[in-house]
Design a protein around this ligand. Sequence first.
Ligand code: AMP
Ligand code: GLY
Length: 424
Amino acid sequence: MKILIVGSGGREHAIAWSVSKSPKAEKIYCAPGNAGIAEFAECVPIGAMEFDALAAFAAEKEIDLTIIGMDDPLVGGIVDVFEEKGLRVFGPRKNAAILEGSKAFSKDLMKKYHIPTAAYENFDDPEKALEYLRTQARFPIVLKADGLALGKGVLICNSLEEAEAGVREIMQDKKFGTAGDRMVIEEFMTGREVSVLTFVDGKTIRPMTSAQDHKRALDGDKGLNTGGMGTFSPSPFYTDEIDRFCREKIFQPTVDAMAAEGRPFKGIIFFGLMLTEDGPKVLEYNARFGDPEAQVVLPRMKTDILEVMEACVDGTLDKVDLQFEDNAAVCVVLASDGYPVKYEKNIPMYGFENFAGKDGYYCFHAGTKFLDGQIVTNGGRVVGITAKGKDLKEARANAYKATEWIQFANKYMRHDIGKAIDEA
Ligand code: AMP
Ligand code: GLY
């Protein structure tokens, strides 16, 4: 098969690596890709939002399957454009990607189909939102911009004053652009967070092994929200009992709800869950793999990724037995110092050769590029260092050991990725 992957981050590197292991893969292209993906895929300089150019490329190269890694093109309808042209593509159509694209939509869906989530109200008028806040006695309270906001559109407000300022930021100052035309105000929940990524074919859902992200920039979950500073898989807190509950009360009901709404979902549903005292509840849905969740889940997947993805497209996922290794993986993100606010780029990087021939160790590129033949930094999150181990402790020790192998002048990382394991 000839495969095209759309995206340029660590997630797309992990997807491309996984595809490259498939005996079905003959040639891999990635648009636009990055310096790491270029090792086993041909990178083509077409942006992820250039739907017509991407479809024309897929037609010209006779691509057998295009895999969309990122949320923006999915929410923007890239799958519809490919399907109209008769091209095979992995990912939800626009009318299903709305599960991630509109938080107001996803909250209303959960309410209508009794899927456990935080209590909430939707608003499209800032005055109504402010009025509502003044009737609320319990803080913190959570404000969410309705649309895509690079994972930054969620504000946890500790007082009425903070929440009022948050409404103004989101709905009036448009800090997150049109994502803030509408917003959700919801109850603050407490508990452990866990991510479960799943394959879906419109009817059948096959959950992958669980993972946990670390979204804050600094050790001890302090500092600003980021795209994710590290992950581990599996989550020791995601027990068999919780898994059974989620399959029965959250996963399948979500797939059934989307089908009932005339929005059958094919692709990846990423369930962001909180394990509260009252049971697991949905924090958010994403319509794609997580980044850096993919970097710990895919290295542990035994089943051929192309076999599963084709089954999702064809509606035959019920025939697939999805298998994962009985081990663990940890990913530590090496970022540019100053991320997510201000940081330098184009810094030369060294040490990639240290990963050659080391089984169970991976350096997934997120923000890198070639400059005069040398790999340099090209983003806030630069690479994700993943290592496997027989258990989480071993995987964590291996991952931190491997973080030493890559050098660049403004390298920054968290030192407590997977620390929660010690409490399990
Ligand atoms: P989201 O983009 O919806 O995943 O939100 C980003 C982060 O905000 C989540 O990973 C949680 O840590 C936090 N968060 C979102 N919603 C809530 C909530 N209702 N209660 C507590 N924390 C939340
Ligand atoms: N790591 C969180 C996300 O991909 O949304």
